[in-house]
Design a protein around this ligand. Structure first.
Ligand code: KIV
Length: 275
């Protein structure tokens, strides 16, 4: 069944949890879609996981379009959300609408995601008015990592918790159809989820959210540079890949790959004529 902004809202109303995972290419998106995931996020985390940067800051609109379009080609039923990268929407409402429009036209995705609360509401309102569905993202917003002074849990003091609750209400009012809560204390995330009509998708925000999202390389143990506390590794795919490639290297080295099963035949008399 095709997942849409309408099914997201129905899932919230029917108390059904939404599963979201990142993907950045066609074949991975196809696998996750076939597994039955509700939503695929083409996160700007691709700056680290796919492009080897040490943050999301260098990621461009072109990067997001390149990867977003590949994911859309692989996702039949999952609702695809593409991140708006750093400085593609913060600069002005105009830039936000133009870049969201480019991402939608050139990827075929269903929605865009942007980081920020109350201060980003003019952008969210304008993008939604242009008929582009928006997922908002508050809490630990990685594009503001330098301003936060690192990757830290957000909303722990009374003042910060109040601000996050107000931000959540503001982005809902501005028209966002879902909200990502990243690195927020579980009880605060639960309160926000119970307060809002739109679904919340948590990452490091406990199980009181209406759904969960993880970066797939974290979930499959394929990215060892940094493993956050909130990650659960469901399989050691990185180790399986490394092991398989080591066997391949060995078999190439000792000549046991390829064997006749992987080889094309030709009649001997044809070959003999060539000598
Ligand atoms: O870029 C990303 O992958 C994200 C998730 C961590 C929510 O924004």
């Amino acid at each position: 069944m095709k997942n849409t902004v309408v099914t997201f809202q129905s899932m919230k109303e029917e108390n059904k949890k939404i599963s979201m995972i990142t993907a950045y290419d066609y074949s991975t998106a196809k696998l996750f879609d076939e597994a039955g995931i509700h939503s695929i996020l083409v996160g700007d985390s691709l700056g680290m996981t796919m492009l080897g940067y040490d943050s999301t800051i260098p990621v461009t609109v072109e990067d997001m379009i390149h990867h977003g379009a590949a994911v859309v080609r692989g996702a039949k039923d999952a609702l695809v959300v593409v991140d708006m990268p750093f400085m593609s929407y913060q600069t002005s409402v105009y830039d936000a609408v133009v870049n969201a429009g480019r991402i939608m036209k050139e990827t075929g995705a269903t929605a865009v995601k942007l980081e920020g609360g109350n201060e980003l509401c003019p952008q969210i309102e304008a993008i939604v008015k242009a008929s582009i569905p928006v997922v908002a993202h508050i809490g630990l917003t990685p594009q503001s990592e330098k301003a936060f002074g690192g990757f830290k849990v957000q909303g722990k003091s009374e003042e910060a918790a109040k601000k996050l609750l107000e931000d959540a209400k503001a982005v809902e009012k501005a028209g966002a159809f879902a909200l990502v809560l990243e690195c927020v204390p579980a009880k605060l995330a639960t309160l926000i989820s119970q307060t809002l009509k739109i679904p919340t998708i948590g990452i490091g925000a406990g199980n009181g959210c209406d759904g969960q999202v993880l970066v797939y390389q974290d979930l499959l143990a394929m990215y060892g540079d940094f493993v956050p506390k909130f990650v659960k590794q469901y399989a050691q795919v990185g180790a399986v890949m490394k092991d398989a490639v080591q066997t391949y290297i060995k078999e190439v080295g000792d000549g046991t790959f390829p064997n006749e099963n992987q080889t094309f035949a030709i009649k001997d008399e044809i070959i003999e004529k060539l000598y």
